[in-house]
Ligand binder design. Structure first.
Ligand SMILES: O=C1O[C@H](COP(=O)(O)O)[C@@H](O)[C@H](O)[C@H]1O
Length: 278
């Protein structure tokens, strides 16, 4: 590695640490640095997974996350990542046509998937011609088929899929995927994919992975930026008492996998620094 690259890496890592029970925190000066670190992190997980299993099963979300993954479309990652081995899924989707501006599929297709050589048949989007309930059932059935063939790994402690990586964003209310605060689907234990018709954030109808699936992944990365999310980041990570234990982002707690938070310094501005070590 060139000395300049090494120094850059060290300067980024200087803002990282491990929280005593909420995973790794990677805090960045700005969005550019966060994007660089995120692309490198995903590329390394992809390489390790392809080496170990021959494939990389990655579930993505919508929102600001996709723009922050943009450096994967640039050199060196556009050439060095083994895109043909990627199997792409959605941790959540809005029940709208794939051509609709609110579609998480459209966001990822326009911002990422159309710019890298993924195999079209490996892009496992959610059926947009069904009702919310049907689409959730259909997607779970599809995921089950790919678990059977081990395109998606299986958890060794439950029958849940074990995605190599699930990438989540977080709303300022602490929602992740389409799991919103105080919603009954937070208690779902049996379904892998479920639906809601009353999302507090538009559009109201959504499909989402459930917490058992998210928490069975080998790696979960939560990417959060901006001052408006600093309070939710504090409630999701710091020791804040029982009141916040049901915040969706706080319920992200991989059973055996690794949890990492990619934050910019604004999103991290309300964190209690005493709870993590460098
Ligand atoms: O509605 C959603 O919101 C979250 C957070 O989005 P952001 O734009 O605030 O980052 C997103 O992760 C989720 O996939 C999406 O459906």
């Amino acid at each position: 590695m060139l000395i300049v690259e090494l120094l850059n890496l060290l300067s980024r890592m200087a803002h990282s640490g491990v929280h005593k029970d909420r995973g790794e925190l990677r805090i960045h000066e700005n969005l550019d640095e966060l994007g660089t670190d995120l692309a490198e992190y995903i590329a390394e997980l992809s390489e390790a997974s392809v080496k170990e299993r021959g494939v990389f099963a990655i579930a993505i979300s919508g929102g600001s996350l996709i723009g922050l993954m943009g450096k994967l479309c640039e050199a060196p990652y556009n050439k060095t990542v083994d895109w043909a081995k990627w199997y792409i899924f959605w941790a959540d989707e809005r029940v709208v046509a794939k051509t609709h501006a609110d579609s998480n599929y459209k966001l990822a297709k326009d911002g990422l998937l159309s710019k890298v050589p993924v195999v079209p048949s490996h892009v496992n989007s959610i059926n947009d011609s069904l009702t919310a309930e049907e689409a959730a059932d259909d997607y779970e059935f599809h995921v089950r088929q790919l678990v059977k063939t081990r395109t998606i790994n299986v958890s060794d402690i439950s029958d849940c899929p074990k995605f190599d990586l699930i990438l989540l964003g977080m709303g300022s209310d602490g929602h992740v995927a389409s799991l919103f605060p105080n919603h009954p689907v937070l208690d779902e234990k049996d379904e892998w994919v479920t639906f809601i018709t009353d999302s507090p954030k538009s559009p109201p109808e959504r499909i989402t992975f459930t917490l058992p699936v998210i928490n069975s992944a080998s790696n979960v990365v939560v990417v959060v930026t901006g001052e408006s999310k600093a309070e939710a980041v504090h409630l999701a990570i710091d020791d804040v008492g029982a009141d916040c234990l049901s915040l969706p982002a706080r319920l992200v707690q991989p059973t055996k996998g690794k949890l990492a938070w990619f934050l910019d310094k604004l999103a991290a501005s309300k964190l209690d620094g005493s709870q993590f070590s460098e």
